[in-house]
Every structure is written in C-alpha cells, then in structure tokens.
Design a protein around this ligand. Structure first.
Ligand SMILES: Cc1cc2nc3c(=O)[nH]c(=O)nc-3n(C[C@H](O)[C@H](O)[C@H](O)COP(=O)(O)O)c2cc1C
Length: 327
C-alpha cells in the first residue's frame, strides 16, 4: 500500500510528506532523516547564516534534501541563495515575502520552487512567480503565519489552482501532526502536507529537549499568535505576520505591551534574557516555537518513525474508515 499523489510524482519521493524549513530547528540531520524515510526534508535557511547553512548541508550528507528561506530576509542577503543552490537542493521553499526576485535562479539551478502562502492574494502572487508547489499554511501552524484556517484555505486554494494553474501542486500546512491530518488534507484537495511542529518534537531537531517536553506535556490551548518574540529579538518582520508560540511567562509578560517592550533599554535587556533562556532550555523565558499541534504531540521520537506512522495511519483511515462511512 502507498499513497501516490502528484507530489510524490513531481518530487520523486515515496510518501507525500515534506518537513518544514524551521529556522534554527530544522538542520541537516532532520532533513536527511525525513528524506531517508521517503519524504522530502527541508533545511531551515531562516534568517540566513552562511556558516550554519554550510554546516547543516554537510550534516545532511548525501541525502537528497531541500532548503527554505524567509523571503523578506533573503532579499537583504540574496547571495545566500547561490550558496544553497551550489548544493543542488531538490527544492527551495520561499515564504513570507515576494518570491519573484528569486524564481529564475531557483528554476535555472534545476530545483523545484515551493512557495508557502497564507492568503488568496499570496497564492495569486505565487502562481504568477511560477511556483511548482504551493503550500497553503493555516494559522494553526507553529511559527510565523497569518490568520486563515487550514480547513478553509486549503480547499479554496485547490479550487483556485484547478482553474488558474492546474499544473501547480498543492500542499496543506498548519495543525497536521498525524495520519488523520494527512488523510484530511488529501480530502481537502491537497496532494500532500508540509509538517513543522511534529518534526520539531523529533530526536533529530535542533531543539532543546526541555522545550520539546514542555510542548509534549501541553494541550492545544497553550499556544498564541503574537509579535513579542520578534520585537524582543529586534527582527523587522512585516507587520501582517505574527508567530505562534507557547504561552509562557515571557509571552504573558509582554503580549499586549509591545510598545513598552520595544523601548531601547528594555528590548536590550529582554533580548539577552530571551537568547540566554533559549540556550539554557529555560522554557519560561524565551520563545517556545510550536503550533496548535502541541495538543497532538505527546512524545519525542525519531523523525523517520514519526513519518512512517503518519503515512500508515493515513492509509489505514482512508482504506478502512473512509470506505465504511459510505453505505
Ligand atoms: C519552530 C518552527 C519554526 C519555523 N520556521 C519557519 C521558517 O523559518 N520559515 C518558514 O517558511 N516557515 C517556518 N515555520 C512554519 C512552517 O513552515 C510550517 O508552515 C508550519 O510548521 C506548519 O504547521 P505545523 O507547525 O502545525 O506543522 C516554522 C514552524 C515552526 C514550528
């Protein structure tokens, strides 16, 4: 049994699962583990650190992986794209900004272009830029995003693509962490899924175990969309985007008081506090980056095992449950 979709065909992979290019968390080991299990792993290019990227591509060894960038940040240091393309990635994912300035170089290098979008407007922009794959990301997602829910965004984008760009392959993202999520995404019209939070809580992720344990113990009510984690790090995110993180002491202290946090002396102090707590695994005083899927995560396991279980459960649900429902 196997789930064959236009995604598995396009990327020549076994299972319709791509791991998200999570800044700081998705290094070469995680990407290689996901690719090794039959999905496609993406290294998190994040805000772009050339040395970090070189090291993580080396960690991925000979595995066929891709890489993702935060587009508005890449625009400030476009040469990073060449450094990544030199590793012949299977795909490059762009998210949070206009993909247009980068698409030609990505395609000429022979990589598939994945654009993550959060709205219909973004989808139109991605199609115009020539995306091979569009990831419709709902607000349940961990990390940055916008406001639309996965449940309505995915089928609306599926309808739009069927009409405007039938060759473009659609993935769903945001809140997908198990076989039920994968099966549901396929029913909504996606050809596969992009998973972040569930792989963030894997053995290979570059995440402090204390953060993973905090998320595993939490339920899905325990996250919030906020900008305080960006204000505290002095990151100039475009206004529309917020980040989903766990509600902890740090977030509760500052959410709603962003202007006070941005005061020069305060932000210097809080940035130090945030960064040292991140290093130390202090889950109360930094950003713990996980989505609503926290409520579906109760352990930390090797990424390959997680992927295989997600696929097997989705196959079983589609074969057994779906057919029993129709009388
Ligand atoms: C820890 C973390 C870091 C993330 N960093 C990035 C990033 O750097 N670039 C990006 O495009 N998306 C990033 N995302 C969002 C993912 O691409 C994806 O949309 C999201 O994880 C999907 O939802 P899920 O977390 O419910 O699986 C991040 C997500 C998480 C959980």
């Amino acid at each position: 049994m196997a789930l064959r979709t236009r995604l598995t065909e396009l990327l020549d992979i076994e299972h319709p699962i791509v791991s998200a290019p999570m800044a700081f968390a998705a290094g070469g080991r995680l990407a290689a583990a996901v690719s090794g299990a039959g999905g496609l792993g993406l290294i998190g290019g994040g805000y772009g650190d050339a040395n970090w990227l070189e090291r993580e591509f080396a960690e991925a060894g000979n595995a066929r992986v891709g890489c993702g960038f935060i587009t508005w940040s890449l625009a400030k240091r476009p040469q990073l794209l060449d450094a990544v393309l030199a590793h012949a990635p299977a795909a490059v994912m762009l998210s949070f900004g206009s993909p247009a300035p980068f698409t030609r170089r990505i395609k000429e290098a022979g990589a598939r272009l994945i654009c993550q979008i959060q709205s219909m407007e973004h989808a139109r922009e991605a199609v115009a830029a020539g995306a091979d794959i569009i990831v419709a990301q709902g607000a349940e997602a961990g990390g940055h995003g916008l406001s639309r829910a996965t449940m309505t965004l995915v089928p609306e984008i599926a309808d739009y693509l069927a009409d405007a760009a039938p060759e473009t392959v659609l993935l769903a993202a945001g809140g997908i962490a198990d076989g039920r999520g994968l099966a549901a995404a396929l029913m909504l019209g996606a050809e596969g899924v992009l998973i972040g939070s569930r792989f963030w809580a894997s053995a290979e992720a570059l995440v402090h175990p204390a953060f993973q344990q905090r998320a595993a113990a939490a339920d899905g009510d325990s996250t919030i969309r906020t900008t305080v984690v960006d204000v505290a790090r002095k990151l100039a995110w475009p206004r529309q985007f917020t980040a989903r993180v766990m509600k902890n002491r740090f977030v509760e202290d500052w959410h709603g008081r962003e202007t006070a946090l941005a005061e020069p002396a305060t932000v210097e102090r809080e940035m130090q506090r945030y960064l040292s707590a991140m290093q130390a695994g202090d889950a109360d005083n930094t950003g713990v980056w996980v989505g609503e899927a926290a409520g579906l995560i109760d352990n930390v396991r090797p990424a390959g095992d997680l992927l295989r279980d997600i696929v097997q459960d989705a196959e079983r649900l589609l074969r057994e449950r779906a057919s029993k429902l129709v009388q």
